[in-house]
Write a new protein. Structure first.
Length: 367
């Protein structure tokens, strides 16, 4: 996931269906504040996004415009809700997602990501400016083996075909995908090697042929696999050619911070309690915690994807709450001018006129 702009949280407001649609449009526009990627992928030079890599027919182009992930670890199982948007003229692009153990995959709910986005927005503080800015300059503030590839599961989820598989080496996996029309670039194939050496599995997702071309939001996927610790796969992103902007939402019983070697410039944009009463969209995800949990939202940008040499890992930290705030300055205007000088001018004028009137009255009395 990778960086964020786009909206402000006005405390006390709730979302309607229309606002949810507008919010998704706003999230699609994020290019530095959400987990958005913004890659143009030319294949066979298949590219990477935050959690995986795209492959497709030779010459195909894929524009990944948004990627976000919700992560939680419950009773030895890790759940990832992955939400993405992509645009392509080909219907046969595939996304390859590594997982430490074979995963099960189901369709998720986009409303969950909408609510997480809302909860993580800065709160608005409004200040009114009565005076012009006189400063000079500006400041910036399980299946049978298939030639070395084991297919564990195949399922159709809406417009998506999903295969869970394993492979004995990167070359065998690349060949298996190539025979099915999906070309891995040498860079992406090399990025797969560490996962294969560690015995990871993979989730391959592609748009079903009759579904047409990619033209926006891909149905969110809930990926579940056994795990002893929180982890988000990132190493395939080293194959990307453009900057990677990553956003992760983590639910736990307390604040969770990154522990991997890449955490240096990661920014926690929100850390605080959430509950199912105020956020019914999260009810299913909050149920393991009795309806109340702690949300940690983290952004990070990698301008040089080759720096991505490890996955994201997380541990509870017990750190303080974090809630960003944004101050919106509203100019008070009278007659096209800042109200402060205008009112002062009017005040001087009233005093001057009053002085003249009093002076004339006094002269008449003395004359």
């Amino acid at each position: 996931m990778n960086g964020m702009t786009g909206g402000l949280r006005d405390t006390g407001s709730r979302r309607s269906g229309t606002l949810g649609s507008l919010r998704r449009i706003a999230r699609l526009a994020l290019t530095g504040v959400v987990a958005s990627v913004g890659l143009v992928v030319a294949l066979p030079a298949a590219q990477a996004c935050g959690c995986g890599g795209f492959a497709g027919p030779e010459g195909a182009e894929i524009n990944v415009t948004r990627e976000e992930a919700l992560i939680q670890l419950v009773e030895g199982n890790q759940n990832i809700l992955l939400s993405m948007a992509a645009v392509s003229e080909t219907p046969s692009a595939a996304l390859l997602i590594p997982t430490p153990t074979p995963a099960t995959v189901a369709l998720g709910d986009e409303a969950v990501m909408d609510e997480l986005y809302d909860l993580s927005l800065p709160e608005i503080t409004t200040e009114y400016n009565w005076w012009p800015d006189l400063a000079f300059g500006t400041g910036a503030s399980a299946g049978a083996p298939d030639g070395g590839v084991s297919v564990y599961d195949e399922v159709r989820l809406g417009p998506l075909d999903v295969i869970t598989l394993g492979a004995s080496d990167a070359g065998t996996l690349a060949t298996w995908l190539g025979e099915r029309g999906y070309q891995l670039s040498p860079t992406l194939e090399a990025s797969l090697a560490p996962y294969i050496a560690e015995g990871w599995s993979y989730v391959a997702v592609r748009l079903a042929p009759e579904a047409g071309n990619l033209d926006g939001a891909i149905p969110p996927l809930q990926i579940t696999f056994p795990s002893s610790s929180l982890i988000y796969p990132m190493r395939l992103s080293s194959a990307a050619s453009d900057a990677q902007n990553v956003r992760t939402y983590v639910l736990d019983t307390q604040r969770v911070d990154r522990t991997d070697a890449l955490r240096g410039n990661a920014t926690t944009v929100f850390a605080g309690g959430v509950n199912a009463e105020d956020s019914p969209e999260l009810a299913t995800w909050l149920a393991p915690y009795g309806g109340t949990a702690y949300l940690t939202t983290t952004d990070q940008t990698f301008n040089d994807p080759k720096r991505i040499t490890s996955d994201f890992t997380f541990l509870p930290s017990g750190g303080p709450d974090v809630s960003k705030s944004v101050t919106v300055t509203v100019d008070r205007i009278i007659l096209g001018l800042n109200a402060g000088p205008v009112l002062v001018g009017i005040g001087f004028l009233v005093v001057a006129i009053g002085g003249i009137v009093i002076s004339r009255v006094m002269r008449r009395r003395w004359s």
